[in-house]
Write a protein that binds this ligand. Structure first.
Ligand code: KG4
Ligand code: ZN
Length: 336
């Protein structure tokens, strides 16, 4: 079973061909970072224009690399949302066109779910598991019983964790995207130098929700207090910020694990590429943690094609892309 996957929800134009959900024959990712850098974020207008420019190139390369002809594909899976509407439209329309003219089933994939199940490409993950999706747009905690039973337990009340990395990097004058830069600088910084707060850490109130605005503000006030920052202080701020931002994810995931007695944990999404996060979760012997390789953590079409195989949700041509998280919200658990 060969699935063609298309991903254009944000600033990566990606096309992949995956066999039986696990064998990645090609995964072409054309990054637009260079075009968004100067704005320290993704500009929707630029993103959709670039997707339009890159999508055919990505499709062609993906077919060439995998040595698969379009006629040999069994189905076309595409991200319908959540994401930037004008960007999603490009991928969805290309997928609809291929589906229509080549008579292939069109499969609807949710971007957050694609991250959530991305470790399935490389690992045989067993249900049930606790899923933590951490990206530039999402910070969500789920209990996942199977592909169709996904319960959202926690979410961020303000910024997403990746967004916090990007904003703190901007404050420090470090460039975009901030995650990989802060990750790198933190290796030479002292994580104990500054005592930044953990967001929404109260055990009873907002038990499984996240908050990053307080942490961000705390970094800003610390910077103002110090005044001019030398190179080492910047590294110490990075390491201390990173520790607070990631520790709270680990702590709350463990609370949930203990409460529901599920030891299998999936951490996915762009921020799961973070080396401190990987160490923290993978070295924890109380849990069995699955984190995708970096190439499947940040946005990519392989995870879309893979989920299109494992969860082939049929789409109709009149179905429209959606901007916000919706598909998987099956009801929120009561906060204790
Ligand atoms: O999943 P993704 O590629 O796109 C979204 O769906 O949002 O995630 C992008 C986010 C950005 O905020 C980026 O700064 C962050 O992931 N990121 C990282 C690292 N690599 C990417 N954050 C921390 N450490 C990293 N190594
Ligand atoms: Zn993503």
């Amino acid at each position: 079973m060969l699935v063609l996957g298309i991903e254009t929800s944000c600033d990566e134009t990606s096309v992949a061909i995956v066999k039986n959900g696990k064998e990645v024959l090609s995964n072409v990712v054309i990054s637009q970072i260079d075009f968004h850098k100067e704005f320290h974020g993704v500009l929707p207008e630029i993103a959709s224009r670039k997707h339009l420019e890159f999508i055919n190139i990505a499709l062609q390369r993906s077919l060439e690399e995998s040595r698969v002809r379009l006629e040999e594909i069994d189905s076309v899976a595409v991200t319908f949302g959540p994401g930037l509407l004008s960007s999603l439209l490009i991928g969805v329309n290309v997928a609809k066109t291929i589906s229509f003219f080549h008579n292939k089933p069109l499969i609807k994939v949710d971007h957050v779910e694609a991250h959530l199940f991305s470790p399935f490409i490389e690992y045989d993950v067993e249900f049930p598991f606790i899923g933590l999706v951490v990206s530039g747009a999402h910070t969500n905690l789920f209990i996942v019983r199977d592909f169709y039973n996904i319960e959202m337990v926690g979410y961020t009340v303000d910024d997403a964790v990746g967004e916090a990395f990007d904003k703190v990097a901007k404050m420090l004058g470090l460039g975009y995207p901030g995650g990989p830069i802060i990750d790198k600088l933190s290796k030479e910084g002292n994580p104990e130098k500054f005592n930044f707060p953990l967001g929404a850490i109260d055990k009873h109130y907002d038990r499984y929700n996240f908050s990053y605005s307080g942490l961000k503000t705390s970094v800003l006030y610390t910077m103002r207090k110090i005044g001019s920052l030398d190179e080492q202080t910047v590294k110490d701020i990075c390491a201390s910020f990173q520790k607070s931002a990631i520790d709270v994810l680990h702590i709350k995931t463990k609370w949930l694990s203990d409460e529901v007695g599920i030891r299998n944990i999936v951490v996915a999404g762009g921020v799961s590429a973070n080396s401190y996060l990987r160490k923290k979760f993978l070295e924890d012997r109380d849990i069995k943690c699955y984190i995708p390789s970096v190439k499947y953590s940040t946005d990519n079409a392989a995870m879309v094609a893979s989920l299109g195989y494992f969860k082939p949700t049929p789409a109709r041509y009149e179905d429209e892309p959606y901007p916000r998280i919706q598909q998987i919200v099956k009801g929120k658990r009561k906060v204790r």
